[in-house]
Design a protein around this ligand. Structure first.
Ligand SMILES: C[S@@+](CC[C@H](N)C(=O)[O-])C[C@H]1O[C@@H](n2cnc3c(N)ncnc32)[C@H](O)[C@@H]1O
Length: 326
């Protein structure tokens, strides 16, 4: 039997559950709106998606302008990374957090960005060699996938489909089989393979019914002792269904937000320990029907709970443990 959170479990859980009732939030309309909005947001800056964030300016100098101007983040999880780490950024967009992380983890560390939108990946992949040239080392790569199904490599699915176009049910079954093979034999992100998972303003965009699977995927890819550092939008109370059903509000990082308690509980239910709120915007980013939407940054550990220390202290501890380049 597949373990909960293993690639095969993620794959089977991705199948829609049979139900007689309409889903809570019309998932297809929202998923379509998210795809279209971020494809457009990769081509040109969209003001409505921007939530001002103070990044450490030292790290921005080497990053091309087209990356910086298409910044749709709401926090800065990169502040909680350490030299030498392997980092996974979920919903990496044009790559800004990856390029900042690249400099913090340094040449001994590694950064992987995952995004589902081809147009976002195109900007990020164009910028990667430019940043590497300016830094003098290359430690960032971008992969195509859905963050709620981190085992499935969508670039490989696309290549397979070119050679095996689906024309009938047999073709559709063959595609399902290939997807399952890819998850098991060539996962996009393997079990227990990263030290830190970060994300900046993306988890809220994942369909409501797939959010538990998303948090299990974060847990699966972390090594024991690893941590998730997630910046995202949360709501002051549960978002009512009529707002959740609005694709514009959903794709705008508003109505897909979990309540603040629900967000912390989602980590706990996926098996995380030592869950701590690192940052919490005092003034809300948006208020809608009396509900406040604000950015928070949370750290949560796989395995033993730890008290998270500010970067200076944690970095000193990490370097006292020896060099990272072996
Ligand atoms: C609000 S933007 C944030 C981008 C980036 N993190 C930043 O700080 O600028 C959301 C990003 O997540 C991607 N995205 C949304 N839902 C996704 C999913 N289910 N799987 C993978 N990527 C997703 C979008 O393509 C987009 O690039």
């Amino acid at each position: 039997m597949a373990e909960s959170g293993s690639p095969s479990a993620a794959g089977s859980a991705a199948a829609p559950a049979a139900s007689c009732c309409p889903g809570p939030a019309a998932p297809a309309a929202q998923a379509g709106a998210v795809r279209e909005r971020y494809a457009a947001g990769a081509r040109a800056r969209e003001e409505a998606l921007c939530c001002p964030v103070d990044y450490d300016s030292r790290y921005l100098e080497v990053i091309p302008e087209e990356v910086l101007e298409r910044d749709y983040g709401c926090g800065d999880p990169s502040r909680h990374l350490l030299p030498g780490e392997t980092v996974l950024d979920l919903g990496s967009g044009t790559g800004k957090i990856c390029f900042i992380a690249s400099q913090i983890v340094g040449p001994c560390g590694r950064v992987i960005g995952v995004d589902m939108t081809e147009e976002m990946l195109a900007v990020a992949r164009r910028a990667a060699p430019v940043v590497a040239g300016r830094l003098g080392y290359a430690n960032v790569e971008f992969r195509r996938g859905r963050i709620e199904d981190l085992a499935l490599d969508l670039d490989r699915v696309a290549s397979w489909l070119e050679a095996h176009p689906v024309r009938d049910l047999d073709g559709w079954q063959a595609l399902q089989d290939e997807e399952q093979r890819l998850r098991q034999e060539e996962p996009l992100v393997a079990d227990a393979s990263v030290d830190a998972v970060v994300s900046n303003c993306v988890l809220n965009l994942v369909e409501a019914g797939l959010k538990p699977q998303l948090f299990r995927e974060l847990h699966r890819v972390l090594r024991d002792g690893g941590r998730a550092v997630i910046s995202d939008i949360v709501a002051s109370r549960e978002v009512p269904l009529h707002l959740q059903r609005d694709p514009e509000l959903w794709s705008g990082c508003i109505s897909g937000a979990l309540s603040e308690d629900g967000f912390l509980r989602a980590f706990e239910e996926a098996g995380f320990r030592g869950i701590q709120l690192l940052d919490r915007q005092e003034d809300p980013w948006r208020v809608l029907e009396g509900i406040e939407f604000r950015s928070v940054t949370v750290v949560a550990f796989k395995g033993r709970a730890r008290l998270w220390k500010p970067r200076g202290e944690a970095a000193a501890e990490a370097s006292a443990g020896g060099g990272c380049c072996g």
